[in-house]
Design a protein around this ligand. Structure first.
Ligand SMILES: C=C(O[C@@H]1C=C(C(=O)O)C=C[C@H]1O)C(=O)O
Length: 395
């Protein structure tokens, strides 16, 4: 061994030892924040305390500067740490309010197979929850819903909208007919890459396999690519499997680089989506609704059809406004067999147990032809507490 390799080895050993200490400290911090959650349950306090977070961040930024760490570094690091702590605490409270959802095994149905975006989202959502995960890959949204309805699965993870291609109509249509309830949500980044199974380059690709939603999200890239045969597949993972089996330099799939790795595929181009910030929102559905404790932020999804008269939808929305309920999404879908009639899907911020929500639902019942609560569930988004670094340092 040369002197330099010896030196490098020695330094790396020290770094690894420090990283192990950091992990142990983070685990201790997590334990303390879980204890905080227990206290909040007893004291009926909200999980999130942004004033405390702001104070904490200001002090950390100042102390970090003294140690030579930039405010940006400290801030982004602690945003991740705090987000994780808030999500864990929320999960703990939600679990406590729904003890029967605490299972040793969570059987989860999702679209595709290992490597699909739904698979990655499923892994992410259930990684925070107790119990083992049994993944049940399915070929269609219909099959996914069926699995839960027939008790072959406990949960389904369904993509509902994407920042590039918009709402996933097929999922909305399934929600019209199911007795299942929405019990959770999550957003997951969707980063499309061009995946190949052997040594090749983009110019040689003649056939592209992907899910139709993916083609829609990457339409600009496809237009630039020009003369390729586009083959729609049931899922991203089916596209990956196809390309790995064909082992042909003229074929490629579009999917995530992480998913492609599971099939031995290499990403030769990345960031293919029209919109660079490409995210999908998923809903988690189950046979039984959940109760969301008032100490954590909640969303409620309603579906309704209005009476056929001018302004009926506006009147329904005014009910939400009058009860100070914030609507985060409105989607309309045709009702099969009733031409020109629409079903409206509405996401609002708030808990089903809230007084204003109950009031609004009562009023809506009297003025709609059909009204159903699809679910009330914890909001998974933790917007980071902003601290102007300059403010922190000028004190
Ligand atoms: C741990 C707490 O709960 C939340 C998480 C925080 C953290 O991880 O430091 C800080 C404030 C709260 O939003 C707390 O209230 O102290």
């Amino acid at each position: 061994m040369t002197d330099y390799t010896q030196q490098l080895d020695g330094l790396r050993q020290q770094i690894s030892a420090l990283d192990a200490d950091l992990l142990a400290l983070l685990a201790r911090r997590q334990q303390l924040t879980n204890d905080v959650a227990e206290t909040k349950i007893k004291a009926h306090l909200p999980v999130r305390d942004t004033a405390r977070e702001e104070k904490l961040l200001i002090k950390l930024i100042k102390d970090g500067q003294k140690l030579g760490l930039t405010p940006q570094y400290v801030t982004s690091l602690f945003h991740v740490i705090i987000e994780d702590s808030v999500l864990n605490q929320q999960m703990l409270l939600a679990q406590r309010a729904n003890p029967d959802s605490d299972r040793p095994l969570n059987r989860v149905a999702f679209l595709g197979d290992k490597g699909s975006y739904s698979y990655l989202a499923t892994q992410k959502y259930f990684s925070r929850r107790p119990g083992e995960l049994l993944e049940i890959g399915c070929k269609s949204f219909n099959e996914i819903i069926d699995k839960v309805e027939s008790n072959e699965a406990d949960y389904a993870v369904l993509p509902i909208e994407n920042t590039s291609s918009g709402s996933i109509n097929e999922v909305y249509d399934q929600l019209q007919h199911t007795s299942l309830s929405i019990v959770g949500e999550l957003t997951h980044p969707v980063r499309h890459a061009l995946l190949v199974g052997c040594d090749t380059d983009t110019k040689q690709i003649r056939t592209l396999y992907a899910h139709p939603q993916v083609f829609a999200q990457c339409s600009h890239f496809l237009a630039e690519l020009g003369n390729v045969d586009v083959k729609p597949m049931d899922s991203t993972s089916a596209a990956m499997l196809k390309v790995s089996e064909l082992n042909d330099p003229t074929v490629a799939a579009i999917g995530s680089a992480a998913g492609g790795e599971l099939y031995g595929l290499t990403a030769i181009e990345s960031n293919l989506a029209n919109q660079k910030e490409n995210h999908s929102r998923f809903i988690v559905v189950a046979r039984k609704p959940v109760e969301v404790p008032l100490q954590i932020p909640a969303k409620t999804t309603l579906v309704m059809s209005t009476v056929q008269k001018p302004g009926a939808l506006v009147e329904a929305l005014v009910v939400l406004k009058d009860n100070d309920i914030n609507m985060t999404k409105l989607e309309s879908r045709p009702i099969h067999g009733n031409p020109w009639e629409e079903m409206f899907y509405i996401d609002v911020e708030g808990n089903l147990q809230d007084g204003p929500m109950q009031m609004a639902l009562d009023q809506l019942k009297g003025m709609t032809r059909y009204l159903k609560v699809l679910g009330c569930y914890p909001t998974e988004e933790v917007s980071p507490t902003k601290v102007a670094a300059a403010n922190a340092l000028s004190e």
